[in-house]
Design a protein around this ligand. Sequence first.
Ligand code: BGP
Length: 469
Amino acid sequence: MKYTFPEGFKLGATGAGWQMEGETDKRPDQKHFPHLMWENDRENWYLGLGPDVASDFYGHFREDIPMFRKAGILQYRFNIDWSRFLDDYENVVVNEKAAQYYSDVIDCLIENGIEPVLCLEHWELPAALYEKYDGYASRHVVDLYARYAREAFRRYGDRVKTWFTFNEPMVIPELCFLNGFWWPKEHQPARAFRWIHGKILCTARAVEIFRQELPEGKIGVIVNPPYIIPRDANNPADAEAADVADNFYWRPFMDTAILGHYPQKFLDILQRENVMFDLTEEDKALIAKNTVDILGMNYYQPMRVKAKETPWDDSQPFHPNKYFDNYDMPGKRMNPYRGWEIYPRSLYDIGMRIKREYHNIDWVVSESGMGVQNEEQYKNAEGIIQDTYRIEFIAEHLAWLSKAVAEGCNCHGYWLFASIDNCSPYNTFKNRYGLVEVDRKQNLKRRLKASADWYRAAAESNSFDFKEI
Ligand code: BGP
């Protein structure tokens, strides 16, 4: 069957600053937060590899960007590394070499017929601001972020018309301070929620500044809620469990950014559990006034939940799992390398929910992709990776998305994660995501994968063939 997207819908891809750029030309005191995660927990990073070299996009971008165009990428979302961009975070003194590098990347994208889209943060909080102030838990850091944002808008707003404040603002507070999963491996819920609130304030502040600086442009935030599915929607206990999960994992960034307020149930639970952050009347007014124009939705897998069955001990620090259990659905389809469920239908359900509950805001799928280990085994005689699994993965997600678009949801893009193989947090180069291979055994040599040809054909015709869903 042939699937076609309407005019204006674009295929693109995502690049993540610290996961691709490498740290060439940075001073030792210009570290970002993921560098701290790596430096302090290196033995748990795959082969000890980390963000220092990454894919060295910094050194290869003039070679990479024409390859991105050959792979059909028409829009490219990447980000400024805040820790690289400034020499002095307190006084917003720009590092001119870094500023020139981002300017050159933007020009190179435009010269190659790719629309640049900029994000201000993909977790690259400067290490100094983490160490001195505990990052986004601090209102001073919120101020510094706002000043950094203004400077970035002024530098690149002439050529970049679509901006995002954060990529996945939930991930660091959740995995580092709530779940204790990534360094510094804390279980400090109050701290995690202070970080989340700080990032929500940063988004509102950046939107406010954006309206003054670039009134013609569009600004949004990129979230990864995930999409929550109850074990049995007709069972009230499962439905209630899903509603609590939704209040913690879907609603905080979605509701504040698009509707201009926090979900009440989320605030009530935080109060009850004594982990509430400081929410002033001024904060509420700022959030209400500065909602976004566009939403970026990263989608990898759903979150399945069921009513609480395992015991909960109140002497341990609070966690949302006090109210629900994760549901390991028998027979679910898996990407065995990443250990993530494959469930493309969520893109349709997400589109319909955004249409219904979030005034059908403009949105894009800002990340979707499949990480696969040992891809060299799929090389043909010419050494090209035949990643038919990736083509199928993309096509099936696009098919569900096109159904949502056909039913009136306002999605106008799908950006694959990722343009090029890159450094995942902890998994480093284990799972490969790119349309472009980075061969670490051959001096980071780049080669297009088979999926690049498929993606180009789909991007240029805005259509593709796939089985009926
Ligand atoms: C998202 C990040 C991406 C990328 C992706 C894939 O959370 O925004 O930058 O890392 O996940 O996940 P992973 O790299 O952990 O396999």
